[in-house]
Design a binder for this molecule. Sequence first.
Ligand SMILES: Nc1ncnc2c1ncn2[C@@H]1O[C@H](COP(=O)(O)OP(=O)(O)OP(=O)(O)O)[C@@H](O)[C@H]1O
Ligand SMILES: [Mg+2]
Length: 354
Amino acid sequence: MSDTLKKAVTEALISIIPEGSEQNIVESGALGAVIVDGDQVGIILDFKDNAPHDVQTLRTLVENTAKTVKGVSAVNVVVSANKPQKEAPKMGVGGKSAPTPTNLPGVKHVIAVASGKGGVGKSTTSINLALALKAKGLKVGLMDADIFGPSVPTLVGSDEKPGIKGKVIQPLEAYGIKVMSVGFLIDVDQPVVWRGPRVMGATQQLLKDVAWEPLDVLVVDMPPGTGDVQLTMVQQAVISGAVIVSTPQDLALIDARKGITMFEKTDVPILGIIENMSSFICPSCGSESHIFGHGGAKETAKTIGCDFLGGIPLHMSVRESADSGQPIVACEPDNPISKAYLEIAETLKDKLSI
Ligand SMILES: Nc1ncnc2c1ncn2[C@@H]1O[C@H](COP(=O)(O)OP(=O)(O)OP(=O)(O)O)[C@@H](O)[C@H]1O
Ligand SMILES: [Mg+2]
């Protein structure tokens, strides 16, 4: 049934030719995915380097066209492109035409978890910090801003499809927090959609079209580096602060500085640095050793004048719990590692005066 509907929607979309283009959106390959959930349809358009002139008009046209298909009651369209659309604001940091960031309605604080370098543990930190903040009695959401390599579905062990009402995407609920990721929206058999470098539109929709409210804190798991997603984030939403994750190796610290500089340029306060994999706890004897040279993040924090929030040891249980969708803070709250996350959460809560 859902395949029939998918086919019918795709066929209907063949009639749509974006202004300035010679091909319809199916021919041009812009139609990335059609996701059918009952009578609700999600459509992902990915224009890569050929962003359409008027995204809003196109989005409305696609929505209205899909709605004419029998059996469809609601349609949500996500539009992405590598480059900003013509009428979209410039992506330059602090550029004159950059939009003014706005508060997300009903969300008191947005915390970005970032790093300059990939693979240092941002996603692991994000989920566990989000759960630790929840354990402190706060209403918490977790947004996966890593559009090309979403981790949150694995971290919470869910592949449910979110409900879509009109334009509004309902976040999923996992371990008592609201979660949303592009990974919940795309079809597993359509991975091709999200290849290549990234995307303003999708980031904006994850921020603004998801029914986050009411939240005390929205934790945002950022992709590595300082690309378009980061810029879209700082330009679209008021961010209360950034938490920088780094491993103790020098290289990662240099990269961490890059990440810090980007936030400073855009007036986002740095809440502090977390040193991840700061020491190795031997699984058999429990002894602690500092395989990466301990304390690098603490030193860096001092020299650049930001706070050191704490260290999380390298431990198999962190990885296993993350890979199995059973985050350590939720599933083993008494584990010393969970306690370290809880302490960091307490510090953040104080810093934000929540
Ligand atoms: N403290 C830790 N102890 C053991 N394993 C860890 C720890 N922190 C993270 N890991 C593991 O390291 C890997 C990378 O972590 P994670 O995905 O959180 O990094 P990331 O910075 O989000 O990566 P990316 O830049 O690709 O988004 C994962 O397999 C994760 O389970
Ligand atoms: Mg990640």
